[in-house]
Every structure is written in structure tokens, then in C-alpha cells.
Design a protein around this ligand. Sequence first.
Ligand code: N01
Length: 524
Amino acid sequence: MLDAIVIGAGFSGLYMLHRLRGLGMSAAVLEAGDGVGGTWYWNRYPGARCDSESYYYSFSFDEDLQQEWRWSERYPRQPEILAYLNHVADRFDLRRDIRFGTRVTAASFDDGWTVRTERGDELSARFLIGAVGCLSSANVPELEGLDSFAGEWYHTGRWPHEDVDFTGKRVGVIGTGSTGIQAIPVIAEQAAHLTVFQRTPNFSVPARNAPLDEEFQASVRAEYAEIRALQRETGNGHPFRISPRNAVDTPPEQRREVYEAAWRRGGLRFRAAFNDLLSNQDANDTAAEFIREKIRETVRDPEVAERLLPHDHPFAAKRPPIDTGYFETYNRDDVTLVDVREAPIVEVTRDGVRTTEAEHPLDALVFATGFDAMTGPMLGIDVRGANGTLAEKWRDGPQSYLGLQVAGFPNLFIITGPGSPSVLTNMPTSIEQHVDWIARCLGDLRDNGFERIEATEEAERAWGEEVQAAANRTLLPQAKSSWYLGANVPGKPQVFMPYAGGLAHYAALCEEAATHDYAGFHRS
Ligand code: N01
């Protein structure tokens, strides 16, 4: 029996394996893909890149690693992040404990964990660690007639490894979340004609991507210690602080200057322009209206601009996309915007997509329709704990203590699971915090002669209440169609899933639990 089985070889699984080795524990990582990378292995769609800036969307645990790696752009493209993760796997000699092409289908607890894979392997370990990612279970809407479509269709999160060439083709994209907003301008460049099927107009801020010069890179390398310390101090794991100033207390002209400067700087930092944007609707309205004005200025056809104006959720209450030429794309003659809230999709036909108003002829269709987020990846495995299945336990929404453990599932840990800040933060920062905590916990169990750890039901219940209360202190739950709530997947229980109380505060709670003899957990 191994000490630990880790499911997934993305950022989480790779670092977890490295830490398990450091503890002298035997471990196997089971990975469905044929290579490392997780999200960055699967999401190869045109325009795929990270919205966090490259120099801090990376591991901090090894000084030599962060000093030797060179990023080429402000926002790294998917192949560059994948190359980085392959470098990490090689540098720390991780591959010898990773089984690729090995999808886990079931896991059951009986003293230890026994895991079964699609290709029939069975492995056992004392601990099971889900490093399955938050956004790895593709959500393809069940559209009538999809099977009859004569062209090719793709989901962005399951993009083929071979080049997909849209030259000369009429392409449709369904979805205008972060992914669609990255892909649409790039696909428009190549396709003969692009039709965008939009259900919810989205806020987006220019990314302002640019190559990184050597001077900037050298300054980052010199300041890495401070940058990483700041990442751990902030609420979202980014190395910038949110302005202490409130939008509602700032005179309109001055407020506008702040927004203009933030717009010029670009990126996710736009949200940090004022302190009250996610807590006060009036404050949020000022940011929302500023972005709507920018959309009206950018898009030449006023009717198209009107359809692109977000109206049903506060700015940043859904994960805010950042873009390179997204709104400008609608000025092209070969791009059509279809509002599918006004005219819903009826079916996919042999030749395209038919809405209640028209048939749109297509040679290829791209689903940028997101994921069964946060719970989908773990529920995709038949997980059986001490008294029942995870599917039963999470029937009305996910429950966990600190997002780390689930009562009734001893020795199972989830990295960045529901109930942790995860998707509201810069993921590598959250991942390192979780992995470090789990590694310390496993070491402490061993050193103190314990074999088993499990969240208590009481701690889990209290944490569930805190997760909802933290969300309700913000405007985040106002976005009713958000995947944070599970609202994007038909039939999914609508519960706010990530912890919105901030990463630094959350990390302090994890630390407190550990230093108080793992309060909220039962060890035996
Ligand atoms: O998915 P989404 P995503 N008919 O769920 C629409 C991360 N990410 O892949 O809003 C028509 O946000 C749906 O419409 P609506 C990031 O955390 C990171 O874009 O539900 N439309 C929406 O427009 C992000 O938030 C990076 O009404 C349908 C879109 O599809 C998360 O991944 C880059 C539909 C889905 O948007 C998910 O983003 C990209 C239907 N039946 C993504 N079903 C980085 O930079 C869904 N839609 C790291």
C-alpha cells in the first residue's frame, strides 16, 4: 500500500508529489492526460493564455526555479505555461511517479483508499488527494441535433492537440465568458466568417499584453521575496493591494481619472481601483457604467454596442474577463453577434445553428461554454467514503471543512476544493498554500502516531455557514447565472462554492486549526 495517491498532474498534483517525496512518503500521481499540465494541457484553444501576469502565475517554493525561468510576455500563452510545467516535472524528476493516460473512475475507503482506473488498474494508499482542478469538467450544453452537424465541433477545454485550421470557414462560437472573450478575436482573424452566440453580455477590461523586457524581468527576480510575501498577504493572491479609497467617496471627475488610469494599465488590477467595488452596489455601478461607456465608444454600430452592454450582474461578480481586442472584433464586417437570450438556440442542424429567428450556416462550432466547476471534477469519480458516496453527500451542494476535507471521507484531501478561496484568487498561490498545509498535516499525523484524519460534521457545518456569510458580505451572489453558484449547469444545486473571505484570512484560519491540534478535525 502506498502512502498517498494523488489524482491529477497539474500545478497542484506536481507540487503535492514534490512535497510527499520531501516527507519520504511513497506516492503515485494518476493523470488522465498524456502529459503534465492539467488545465494547461487541455485548454489549447486559439488565444488561450493566463489572465494573471506571468511572473506571479508560477511556483514560489523553489528559489532556483523562479530565478532561472524566463517569461516572454506579460500574460503567458498556454504553450508557455505548459512548457513551464514540463520544466518543473523534469527539474524535480517527477515523471517517474506519474502514470499518464490513467483516468480515475472510482475510489473507496476501507481503512485506506482503493482507487480504480478506466483501464482497470487498482491501487491502494493510506491517503487520497484530489488535485483534480476546479475547471476541468467540460460543460457542453445538450443542444438538440448536435449529432447531425456536418462540420466539426469543439469544446475549448478539450481542444485537439493537432492544429485546428479555420481558414476559409464559417465558425460559430457559443459563450462569452473569459474563454470566449480570449478566443473570439483570434478566431475572427482566421475564419471567413464568425458568428458569436451571446447569452449574457460580459464586462471586459483590456489586458494590455506586451513582451517583457530584460530590465523588468531582472527587477522581478531581484524582488521575488517581496513579491511572494505580498501575494500571501493579499485577499486574492495577486501581488497588488486594493486601493483603500472608496469609489462612492471620490468626486466624479477624480473617480473618472482613476478608472482611466486603471483602464490604460489594464488587466485584473482594474478591480483594485477602489475598495468598495465588490461590496457596494452604488460603487460598482460607477465601474460598470465606465466600462459600458468604453464599449459604446469602441463598437461602431450602436445596435451591436447596445447588445454587448452588460446589464444583469455587477461588474466582477462573475469572474471578470480581460481581453485583447474583444469589443473591437465586432467592428469587423465578417463578424456577427447573435443575442440568444432574445432569440434562443432551437437546435443544431446539419448546416449550422438555428435560433427562433434565423438559421446561421456554419462549418465549425466552438463551445466556449465553461465547466461543471468546482464539484464536477470530484463528482466525476465514484467516491465512496466511510458511510456513503460523495455524490449523496453533495446532493444539495458541496460541503467541506476549509475546502480541505469532507466529513465521512477520512484521509481524503482536496486541493482548492469548494469552500476554499481557489477560483477567486491567483491559483498557484492558493495551490501552494493548500499543498503546504496538507504536507504539514501528513507529517504531523505521522510524527504523532495517528493514521487517520477526518473533518468533523460540526466544523463542516459551521464552515458551510461561514462560506455563505462571506459571499453575502459581497456582491458576488448577485450574479445569478454565475458558475460560482453552479447556475451554469442545468439541475446543479445553486450554492455559492468558493470562499470569499480572502486568501490571507483563510490561510490564517488553516494555520490556526493546525496549531490547535487540528481543531475541527478528528485524528485517530
Ligand atoms: O466559462 P464561463 P469560461 N447557450 O462559464 C455561455 C477561467 N478561465 O470557459 O453567462 C448559450 O465563464 C455562458 O452564458 P451565461 C476563469 O475562472 C481562466 O469562459 O451562462 N450560452 C457564458 O457566456 C473563468 O471564469 C482563464 O448566460 C451558453 C459562457 O458560455 C472560467 O475559467 C481563461 C450556454 C461560459 O462562460 C470559466 O470561463 C479562461 C448555452 N446553453 C477561463 N451555456 C485564464 O486566464 C453556457 N453558455 C486563467
